[in-house]
Ligand binder design. Structure first.
Ligand SMILES: Nc1ncnc2c1ncn2[C@@H]1O[C@H](COP(=O)(O)OP(=O)(O)OP(=O)(O)O)[C@@H](O)[C@H]1O
Ligand SMILES: [Mg+2]
Length: 260
């Protein structure tokens, strides 16, 4: 496979939410490509359409119009086995609100994707222990989500997303509830998965530090792209890229508070 293979093609995607007479244009004809092995950041103000975009890619919701192609095939044509294969194996979704099941323990939540796909218990437990220890959540595995802190829930959700080793990771503000150390560990994990295993990542983030791990960043406003930054992987350090991200945030919004 070519390093420059288009894995996802988002084509003129519109999503309107209508309720009674009120209609919200969450996505307004957004188009972009994602190459295989890219680590794409998505930044933008609250309400700019970031979660809606990930939800369309994950087939959680249907776009009003436009297409999303996976290796050239429209994902809206997937049904039955193809659709569950896409949702279950191809993509891993780290939801903004974690979406843990309340009546399952941390361990059960994390193992859920594997149990659905009949992965052997020994293999599953081994993977679980590795990822839980890396993310520092071993001691909450037997707890219910209601007994966990926000940051612990977010790491359990991250472990659940990563355990099935998906080709495409959709992460919606994955460090939002994490302290600096936990955020750095998760960013390191995502970078490792991206670089060593060439898995593709789409990550929504408000955090310029987290964004500096990306190879390219799309800035979204009102459901369309209004700016793009690309990291020069060979010549630019992460610190230099971080400075450029801050500059764009300042230029575009008169300060990070306005852009993000
Ligand atoms: N289910 C829904 N019904 C109606 N409107 C919705 C729904 N979901 C989102 N919206 C609206 O669509 C727009 C985009 O929402 P979205 O959740 O995609 O934003 P976002 O960029 O992820 O914001 P945030 O950074 O706050 O998470 C917002 O104006 C929001 O109010
Ligand atoms: Mg969101």
């Amino acid at each position: 496979m070519s390093r420059y293979e288009k894995l996802l093609e988002v084509r003129k995607l519109h999503k309107y939410y209508s309720k009674d007479v009120v209609s919200t244009k969450a996505l307004n004809g957004i188009s972009f490509d994602v190459l295989k092995g890219e680590y794409l950041g998505i930044m933008g103000a609250s309400g700019s359409g970031k979660t809606t975009l990930l939800n369309c890619i994950a087939t959680v919701i249907k776009p009003t119009s436009g297409q999303i192609l996976l290796s050239g095939v429209d994902i809206s044509s997937f049904d039955g086995t193809k659709l569950s294969e896409y949702r279950g194996n191809k993509i891993g979704y780290l939801f903004q609100d974690f979406a843990l099941l309340d009546n399952l323990t941390g361990k059960e939540n994390i193992l859920l994707p594997l149990s659905i796909h009949n992965v052997a218990m020994v293999t599953a437990e081994k993977k679980l222990n590795e990822i839980a220890s890396f993310l520092g959540i071993t001691d909450v595995l037997s707890k219910l989500p209601s007994q966990m802190s926000g940051g612990q829930k977010q790491r359990v959700a991250a472990a659940r997303c990563l355990i099935s080793d998906p080709d495409i990771i959709l992460a919606d503000e994955p460090t939002g509830a994490l302290d600096t150390k936990a955020a750095r560990l998760l960013m390191e994990k995502l970078s490792e998965i991206n670089q060593k295993e060439e898995h593709t990542i789409l990550m929504v983030t408000y955090d310029p530090n987290a964004a500096s791990f990306c190879s390219r960043i799309l800035f979204i406003q009102d459901g369309v792209i209004f700016h793009e930054l690309r990291r020069n992987i060979f010549e630019e350090t992460r610190e230099d890229f971080y400075s450029r991200i801050l500059q764009v945030m300042a230029q575009l919004g008169g300060g990070s508070a306005n852009v993000l």
